[in-house]
Every structure is written in structure tokens, then in C-alpha cells.
Design a protein around this ligand. Structure first.
Ligand code: SF4
Length: 472
């Protein structure tokens, strides 16, 4: 039985409800009246149910699809402005005891190089990341209680936060590690993590079990209920996602939104972010062997429909996607991207040879962070290295209620400009610096509150004088 409030995975992600929803959407995909009503509801910016969102995803009336895209763009602008938050992944270890069929770290892959960073290695990687200009990391690790126990993760987080190289600092560490216990989530919270990220991979239980034949991750319920435990352990900001390509995208789209609804109803706060990765080639993994790959057009539609269905949730896209795809989905709803990423263990200090490959997937966007920053500025986006909300305690429902009230705009925009200015002064190439400085001048004028505008201007001047880390 479907119950959004149930603590049981199979009840809040209910197969029967998903199948009913898919049938309903199929039957209504040309229902112009219903689609118009749903679009009108979405204009209120209070979100949509999974059923309504699925009807929009299936909608095949061209005019209505244009309206959906336009609305997604507008909602993106209203809530996130033209800011794009930057982050980088940091792979700590690729030892893993699981058998995930789509991931090269799976236990049976004997020809991938297995690596685990020591604390000294982490120091070197973090210095390399700071020297690029990064302030926000997502740490990644395979699941291996012997090689990567929670103590190792906690020690690594401590090391990362402790490194201050030149003007660099990692100010927010998000964590993407396997589903774990409430007690371990509590420890992560105490270690000062930002978002806890865990992808569901697929919400379809049968397909999930097929793709995860062995290891602790094979337990669908334990994995699916992980965010409830994370929140019970005190983590306010959680990030969900599916790996598109593993299963029929329509099914996973509905599952993803049902998960968001469950967190909001049961825990009082929806997900902080939704990630939309697509399956990529990697050692031992050929995406062509998975028959559920999705086209760029469907991918863009998914992003637009998530944007209108959950307007307050940040959306993340990684370097799995090409420059062209990233360009397309940035305007439709994506608010956070990685740049200059290495998906191998130790890859920021040393580029790997083919024989020594420890990467989780092939990167599609190989540009440096500076190139990505220059590209964003050229398109009119403000690259933001801001980490202020979480450091000011604006997390979970406090962050959401600020966002919903529109108040967040009063701090996000100046914070974005100030952190961009730090980047420009410390790390940018001449061309990017010039373009960025021009952008900051123009964007400062757009801050409506005069007091905030003048304070931001003063802080930006102080940054040019060598001071760092101002925030609203
Ligand atoms: S997806 Fe995660 S759990 Fe599965 S093999 Fe890869 S690293 Fe291990």
C-alpha cells in the first residue's frame, strides 16, 4: 500500500502507485485541459505531485512543452537567479565490497587499480584543489568496512577542513558514501559535513536487486531508507538522485519525486539537492550494454519537469555531461555544477596512465575550472563559491523557508559576487579575471537593497586588499 508517511521503503516508494501513475500519465499525455491546469498550478511555485509532474513529462503537445520549458527557466531564475554554485568531487578510495553492475569499483573488477588516499595524500589533493580555486568538495568513497571504515571518512573530513594553503580553504565538505547507521550519520553531522548525498541508482526494486547482486548495497530497503536515518542522525541537508540509464526513466522519475515527497512529509524537509547523472563509460562498463539510456532531449525534459515539480530543491550536474548538454540544462534548472573534476583516486595531483586507471567514470567535460568559470561568465551566469548558508546554520527547513520566502536572494547574490571575487583575485587567468570583474560591477548594481549593496561593495574592496571570507 502506498503511504507517503510510512517509514518502509516499499510503502513510500510504492510499485503499484508508480505503475498507476505511469498509466495515468500515458492516458493523459494529450489531455490539453489537464496539462494546462497542471502548468497553472506549477506557476504558483509550490511544486507538483509526482502524478502531475509525470503528466508533464509525458506531455507530447508541442505548445505545452514550450510552456513547460519557459516556466522551468522562469522558476530557475526566480529562485536561483543567475548564480551557479561550483564544486569538485574528491575520490578518497575505490575499494568496494559491493557488486554494482554499472560501476567499475565493483568487487569482482580485478583489473582496475585499487587505491586509497592516506591523510598525506589527501593533504596534497586538497592543496591541488585549493590552488584551482575550489571551496566546496563532495567526497566519494566505495563501501568497504575494512579499508574505508567510518573512522577513515571522519579523519579525512577533519584533514580536509584543517588545510589552509595560501588563501585557500575548503569550507564545505559534502559526503557521498554508502548507506549507513543513524549512529554513523550522527558522527558525520558532528564532523561538520554539508550535504549527505546518496543516489538511489534506481527505485525499481526488481531492477535494483538485479543490478546489486552482492554486498551490503544489495539490501533495497536499507538503501532506500538511508535518508530517513541520515535525518534521524541530525543531517539536515540530504541529496538524492538516480542514475539514468539503469532502468526505465519514467519509473525512476516518479520514484525520485515520491522520495522527495516522503522526506518533506515524514521528516519535514525535502531534499536539499537532486542529482541527475546519466550512465557513462568506465573501466569494465559499457553503457551500450544497458538498454535504458536516454536521449539528450528526454534528459532536458526531465530536468525541466523536476525544476517545476520541486522548485526549492537545488539540482546538480557533473562532468559526466558534455559542455553542450550542460549548457542546455543550466537554463532549465540546474543550479550546481562541478568543474575541473578528476574522477580517479589521487587524480588532482597526478594524472593517471591507462594501465593505472582508478576512475569511476569517464569525464565528458574535460575543461579546467578556469575555463568553466570563463564559459559561465560569458553566458551571463555568476559562478559562486559560496558556502555561507551552511556555515551560518541556514540548513534543512531553515534554508527552505528562507528560500520559499524569497529572503535568500538578499544574501545569495552578494555572497556569490564576493566569493567570485576571491576566485578572480587568487586563481583566475587574466582574461577570466577581466571578464569577472566587469560582471561583478554590473551585478552589484542589481542588488536592490542599498545597504546590502554598499556593504557588498565594501567587502569586495576588502577582498581586493587581501582580506577573505566575508559573508551575509
Ligand atoms: S556504486 Fe558505490 S557501492 Fe557500487 S561498486 Fe561503485 S563504489 Fe561500490
Amino acid at each position: 500500500m502506498y503511504s507517503v508517511m510510512s517509514p518502509k521503503a516499499e510503502e513510500f516508494i510504492n510499485d503499484g502507485e508508480i505503475l498507476e501513475t505511469l498509466k495515468y500519465a500515458e492516458e493523459n499525455k494529450h489531455n490539453e485541459k489537464l496539462i494546462s491546469e497542471i502548468i497553472e498550478k506549477a506557476r504558483l511555485r509550490k511544486g507538483l505531485t509526482h502524478r502531475e509532474a509525470m503528466v508533464l513529462l509525458d506531455c507530447d503537445i508541442e505548445e505545452k512543452n514550450k510552456e513547460i520549458y519557459a516556466l522551468a527557466k522562469q522558476i530557475k531564475l526566480d529562485f536561483y537567479g543567475n548564480r551557479i554554485v561550483m564544486f569538485a568531487p574528491l575520490y578518497l578510495s575505490n575499494y568496494c565490497v559491493n557488486g554494482c553492475e554499472y560501476c567499475p569499483y565493483h568487487l569482482k573488477n580485478k583489473h582496475i587499480a585499487r587505491k586509497k588516499l592516506s591523510q598525506d595524500d589527501i593533504r596534497r589533493e586538497v592543496i591541488a584543489l585549493q590552488d584551482m580555486g575550489h571551496k566546496r568538495l563532495a567526497i566519494e568513497s566505495g563501501e568497504d568496512p575494512v579499508n574505508n571504515p567510518i573512522e577513515y571518512i571522519l579523519e579525512s573530513i577533519k584533514t580536509i577542513y584543517s588545510i589552509k594553503h595560501k588563501n585557500g580553504a575548503i569550507r564545505r565538505v559534502n559526503v557521498n558514501i554508502a548507506a549507513t547507521t543513524v549512529e554513523n550519520y550522527r558522527k558525520l553531522k558532528e564532523a561538520g559535513i554539508g550535504t549527505y548525498i546518496l543516489f538511489q541508482e534506481t527505485y525499481n526494486k526488481k531492477q535494483y536487486e538485479k543490478l546489486h547482486p552482492t554486498g551490503p548495497k544489495a539490501d533495497y530497503a536499507y538503501h532506500t531508507e538511508a535518508m530517513d536515518r541520515a535525518m534521524e542522525g541530525g543531517i539536515d541537508d540530504v541529496g538524492i538522485g538516480v542514475l539514468f540509464g539503469l532502468n526505465l526513466y519514467r519509473y525512476d522519475f516518479v520514484g525520485l519525486l515520491m522520495h522527495a515527497e516522503h522526506l518533506e512529509a515524514y521528516k519535514g524537509c525535502g531534499p536539499h539537492t537532486i542529482s541527475v547523472p546519466r550512465l557513462r563509460a568506465a573501466d569494465d562498463i559499457n553503457p551500450d550494454e544497458f538498454s535504458n539510456g536516454i536521449s539528450d532531449d528526454i534528459f532536458a525534459k526531465i530536468v525541466a519537469c523536476i525544476r517545476v515539480a520541486v522548485p526549492y530543491t537545488g539540482m546538480i550536474i557533473s562532468t559526466r555531461e558534455s559542455k553542450e548538454t550542460r549548457e542546455r540544462v543550466l537554463e532549465l534548472g540546474v543550479s550546481q555544477i562541478s568543474g575541473g573534476s578528476r574522477t580517479s583516486v589521487g587524480g588532482y595531483v597526478e594524472e593517471e596512465s591507462e594501465e593505472d586507471n582508478s576512475a569511476q567514470f569517464d569525464v565528458n567535460d574535460n575543461r579546467t575550472l578556469d575555463e568553466v568559470i570563463g564559459w559561465l561568465i560569458k553566458m551571463g551566469y555568476v559562478p559562486s563559491f559560496c558556502t555561507a548558508c551552511y556555515r551560518e546554520g541556514r540548513t534543512g527547513d531553515r534554508f527552505m523557508s528562507l528560500l520559499k520566502s524569497g529572503q535568500i536572494q538578499n544574501c545569495c547574490h552578494p555572497n556569490a559576487l564576493m566569493t567570485l571575487n576571491e576566485y578572480l583575485d587568487d586563481y583566475a587567468s587574466d582574461t577570466v579575471r577581466k571578464a569577472g570583474k566587469r560582471m561583478i560591477e554590473d551585478e552589484l548594481e542589481k542588488i536592490p537593497n542599498e545597504k546590502v549593496r554598499e556593504t557588498a561593495r565594501k567587502y569586495i574592496h576588502s577582498i581586493d586588499e587581501g582580506e577573505r571570507d566575508f559573508r551575509f
